[in-house]
Structure formats: structure tokens, C-alpha cells
Design a protein around this ligand. Structure first.
Ligand SMILES: [Zn+2]
Length: 335
């Protein structure tokens, strides 16, 4: 086995002939905010289940610390760890992230890019006007309609879609509650509509679909270094992806960026901390599978001390913002 692994590293393994044959490689990266992987089998998720059955997946992938929305989405689209990209806080910020993103790399290569999100704070990751389609719309179904329309009207090569559920239901009713599971079914149906649109356009066979999340949750919150908050799903489906393969090597949030760029044939150097999930390639010979263990870096107990201070500052800032908004309500639906 050691000999096989050394050979794989030395020679390298591409995505295979199925990918070489497609006319134009495309990537659809879908983030379901707060989706706990152990909820997928409990919810109404025929679309995700189909993607898993005919693709490769890991239901014990790991979010970065802290397991909250903006730091993890920044890792997802930059391929950098939280200390590396420096976005420790889960608060909306003006301007844009200083690190390069997958959107920047794709645009530099003249690929058309679509960015669709339910939460306004994600605009920090992709400025309006910097890509070909850019929508921030509250509501899963409304956002999905925007995505479907853009897929029909444009020739998008990189699509990022962020669903604000089931995170919203988790905060309101609790993670793994009935309303939480219901929202997972809603997100699954929305994902199905997007896949149908890609199929109707005749480009689904060219598209690597990645479905993942930014964090899980417990009770009505998420920020701890515990499996309930930290574990996320990571599902890959598309040309060159092995069918029904459970991935052995630990997958992390930032691997989404490296994998998306590599599949598109783009340089992955900006995704400095992420790795290409090559284990999902149909030609890859898997190593002996052991139970993946979430990477608990910087951990010294359930709440890493190094992250306590910035998290507390974030909570205080968010409290101040909420008080300000209570006095001057904003029109935005973004949460
Ligand atoms: Zn949340």
C-alpha cells in the first residue's frame, strides 16, 4: 500500500478521461448554512442522497474554527485557514476580503462567474459588479429562482450558491428539531431545481457539484469546538467523480476552493491551505480507510482559548449592531 501511495504522489492523478472529454468544465458550489451531516439521512433529501449515491462524499468533514458563518465561508472561497485569511468574526463588514478568492481567479481567467447568497454579510466575499451574476436575496425559494434564471440566460462556469437554511430554523427551533429537518427538505428541493436547470441547459454533465456547509449546530447555536458544531457534509458529484465512494482522508471547508479551482483547470496556489479532494476522482486508488477524525487544531477544550477573545469582541459588536438596527430598522432581509 505504501508503494501505491508514493507512486500516486509522484505521478499525480488527474480527474480522468470523463473530464478531459467535456466541452467546458463547470463548478457549482452549494453551501447549506448550518447543515449538520447527520441530519441528511433524517430529512427529506432525495436530491442530496442521489448525489451521494452516484458521487463521493464525507459526512464527517470538518469546519474551521470558529464554526460560524463568515469565517468558514471565507475559508470555503479562499482556500485559506482562518488565521491565514484573518476573518475571525461573524459580523458583516464593508469592503471585501483581502485574500484572493475563487471568484477572482476564475475572472482573471475570463470564466463567467455567478454569486448567489441568502445573507448580506457574504457580500464581503464577492463585491457586486465584480462577477457576471451577483444576487443577494433573502428566502431560499426566491434565491433559487434567481439562480435558475441566470443558468438559463448565461453561460456560467463557476457558480456559488449559499442557502441561509437550515441555519435559520436551527436558531429559532433548535438543531435537529422538526422545523430544522423541514428546512433541510426545502433546501434539498431548491438544489434539485438548480440541477434541473443545469440539465435543461445541457451542461449538467460538465459540472462538478459540491454540496457542503459552513458549520453544524447544537441546541439553538453553534460556535464550539465539538462534533455537533464542527462536522459538515462534503458531497462531490460530476464527471470523473467515483460513484458511492466514502472519502477517507479528512476533508475541510477550505478544500472546496482548491478542488473547484483544480477541476476548472485553474491554478490553486491562492488556496494555500486547502487541498484538492483528489480522492474523489474515479481513477484514484483509495488508501486503507480509517474513521476520519475532525482536525481539532488550536484546541484546548471545547472552546479554544486563542479564539475566545476575538469571538467575544464579535459578539459585543453584533450586539451593538442589533441595538442600532432596532432603533433604525434596515430594509435588508439578510441575517
Ligand atoms: Zn447560525
Amino acid at each position: 500500500m505504501k508503494f501505491v501511495l508514493i507512486l500516486m504522489v509522484a505521478v499525480g492523478v488527474d480527474w480522468g478521461q470523463a473530464v478531459e472529454a467535456v466541452a467546458a468544465r463547470r463548478v457549482l458550489l452549494v453551501s447549506c448554512d448550518g447543515l449538520r451531516p447527520d441530519a441528511i439521512p433524517m430529512g427529506t433529501t432525495p436530491v442530496m442522497q442521489r448525489l451521494m449515491d452516484s458521487g463521493s462524499y464525507q459526512l464527517t468533514a470538518s469546519a474551521e474554527l470558529p464554526p460560524v458563518t463568515l469565517p468558514n465561508h471565507t475559508s470555503m472561497v479562499t482556500g485559506r485557514s482562518v488565521p491565514h485569511h484573518g476573518v475571525f468574526f461573524n459580523v458583516g463588514m464593508t469592503g471585501r476580503v483581502s485574500s484572493q478568492t475563487i471568484f477572482d481567479v476564475a475572472k482573471a481567467a475570463n470564466l463567467s462567474v455567478g454569486f448567489f447568497a441568502n445573507k448580506g454579510k457574504l457580500s464581503f466575499l464577492c463585491e457586486e459588479g465584480s462577477v457576471d451574476a451577483w444576487r443577494i436575496v433573502g428566502g431560499v425559494d426566491e434565491l433559487t429562482t434567481e439562480v435558475v434564471n441566470a443558468v438559463g440566460a448565461m453561460d456560467l462556469r463557476l457558480m456559488f450558491v449559499h442557502f441561509g437554511e437550515p441555519d435559520g430554523a436551527g436558531h429559532r427551533e433548535g438543531w435537529m428539531s422538526e422545523p430544522y429537518l423541514t428546512q433541510i427538505g426545502r433546501v434539498d428541493a431548491a438544489l434539485g431545481r438548480i440541477l434541473d436547470a443545469l440539465e435543461a441547459k445541457g451542461v449538467l454533465d460538465e459540472t462538478l457539484v459540491i454540496v457542503t456547509a459552513d458549520h453544524g449546530g447544537h441546541d439553538k447555536t453553534h460556535f464550539l469546538n465539538i462534533p455537533e458544531d464542527r462536522r459538515i457534509p462534503f458531497i462531490l458529484n460530476g464527471p470523473g467523480i467515483a460513484e458511492g465512494r466514502v472519502l477517507c482522508e479528512q476533508v475541510r471547508t477550505m478544500d472546496a476552493a482548491a478542488t473547484a479551482l483544480d477541476f476548472l483547470g485553474l491554478p490553486t496556489d491562492v488556496a494555500a491551505d486547502g487541498k484538492v479532494v483528489r480522492e474523489a476522482a474515479v481513477d484514484f486508488v483509495q488508501p486503507e480507510c480509517v474513521e476520519p477524525i475532525p482536525t481539532l487544531d488550536l484546541s484546548c477544550g471545547p472552546v479554544p482559548i486563542l479564539l475566545l477573545a476575538p469571538m467575544m469582541v464579535g459578539i459585543i459588536l453584533r450586539g451593538r449592531r442589533h441595538r442600532r438596527e432596532a432603533v433604525e430598522p434596515k430594509q435588508s432581509q439578510a441575517l
